[in-house]
Design a protein around this ligand. Structure first.
Ligand code: NAD
Ligand code: WQD
Length: 343
């Protein structure tokens, strides 16, 4: 079976993907600089799959170290590139850090892939590239226009996509799959791996679970005066395990030569939009735990509503995100309980 190099593989989505890859029989080598993750994640992965994946503590900006990994693991056939900085607010404060880390790591990786004859890459992009789609583009498919990014982070995803297209144009051997994730949430059903937010969470689900666990006094719901049925924002929340499985499909498709184009793009979402209040209320229902919340003003830069039309991924990739939201929210709560030692 082929070996897959997973950058950012001790991170949130990367660790879940490593589990799915190993369970499908792939060999994996993780490259991560541990800037936003913990080596303990390797034990979590091992607890699920029964063995530790190979791990190299390497920065993707370090060409020499990357070359060394590719030399030592000569059977690498594809790369899944998760490694990036991802905090939207921090990217506004420190844009150069984001441009350096997210752009240079991809450039360095593509250079080393070419030098080592590795011809397949899966790239983590984001629905953030669509901004607020107009009503005619909702739900949003892959042909919807890319809009000017609202943050340096979002801009790095757009530029990364362009870098991949330009390199594929110049290098006929390169095949790429760009996956645009909607809002990944939840944790592995074993509660052995999950999200490890740094400091006060910005994302909704970690804030909800931390409030339920008593770490935060109350959740602030940012706005109930949007043009949506209950006035709160709408997103397409996708279970991280479903998302992880899409990466395996993308790798399989490229390695078996089925890709119809040199660069393929897929939206990864459920096709269903849920509001902030629906998420909070469903969480309370399925867990039986109260989440105190107050409605506050809108958060700057928030998109009112966006959800995916995942038909291309469903039909072409043969993948569907079908885990019920109740199960997903319970998995997030079980992970939080495990982290905090709550019975
Ligand atoms: P994460 O922070 O949990 O994982 C990213 C991993 O990359 C971390 O383990 C970090 O230590 C590592 N890393 C960062 N810079 C590195 C570098 N230069 N060299 C080596 N390792 C490095 O984030 P995640 O949520 O798992 O996101 C994975 C990818 O998916 C990112 O590219 C992110 O932008 C993208 N994405 C995430 C979301 C989301 O909401 N989580 C949505 C859309 C897209
Ligand atoms: C979801 C909804 C908030 C926290 C961000 C990035 C995006 C992507 C995913 C990577 C919104 C509301 C949140 C809180 C709240 N990442 N909310 N109270 O903003 O859709 O997307 O993460 O690519 O690029 O921008 O996700 O989880 O922050 O917010 O009311 O304490 O929850 O207003 O409506 P978002 P989120």
């Amino acid at each position: 079976m082929a070996r897959i190099l997973v950058t950012g593989g001790t991170g949130y989505i990367g660790s879940h993907t490593v589990v799915e890859l190993i369970q499908k029989g792939y060999d994996v080598v993780i490259v991560d600089n541990l800037s936003n993750s913990n080596k303990d994640m390797l034990d979590g992965i091992a607890a699920i799959v029964g063995k530790q994946p190979d791990f190299e503590q390497v920065d993707c900006n370090d060409a020499t170290a990357l070359a060394d990994v590719m030399n030592r693991y000569a059977d690498i056939q594809a790369v899944i590139h998760f490694a990036a900085s991802k905090a939207v607010g921090e990217s506004v404060e420190q844009p150069l850090l984001y441009y350096r880390n997210n752009l240079m790591s991809l450039v360095t990786l593509l250079e080393q892939m070419k030098a080592h004859g590795i011809q397949h890459i899966v790239f983590s992009s984001s629905c953030t590239v669509y901004g607020q789609p107009s009503a005619e583009h909702l739900p949003v498919d892959e042909t919807a226009p890319i809009q000017v990014a609202l943050s340096p982070y979002g801009n790095t995803k757009q530029i990364n996509e362009e870098i991949i297209r330009d390199e594929a144009h110049a290098n006929a051997a390169l095949h790429a799959t760009i996956l645009r994730y909607f809002n990944p949430i939840g944790a592995h059903p074993s509660a052995m791996i999950g999200e490890l937010p740094n400091g006060v969470p910005n994302n909704l689900l970690p804030f909800v679970t931390q409030t339920a666990a008593g770490l935060r006094q109350q959740l602030r719901v940012y706005g109930n005066d949007y043009n949506t049925p209950d006035g709160s924002c709408i997103r397409d929340y996708i279970y991280v395990v479903d998302l992880a499985r899409a990466h395996v499909k993308a790798v399989e498709r490229m390695l078996s030569g089925q890709a119809a184009e040199q660069v393929e793009v897929f939206n990864l979402g459920t096709g269903r939009g849920l509001s902030v209040l629906e998420i909070v209320n469903t969480f309370m229902q399925v867990t039986g735990v109260n989440v105190p919340y107050e409605i506050v003003g809108r958060r700057e830069g928030d998109i009112e509503q966006v959800w995916a039309k995942p038909d291309k991924a469903n039909n072409v990739l043969g993948w569907k995100a079908d885990t019920p939201i109740e199960e997903v929210l319970l998995s997030a709560w079980n992970w939080e309980k495990k982290l905090r030692g709550i019975e």
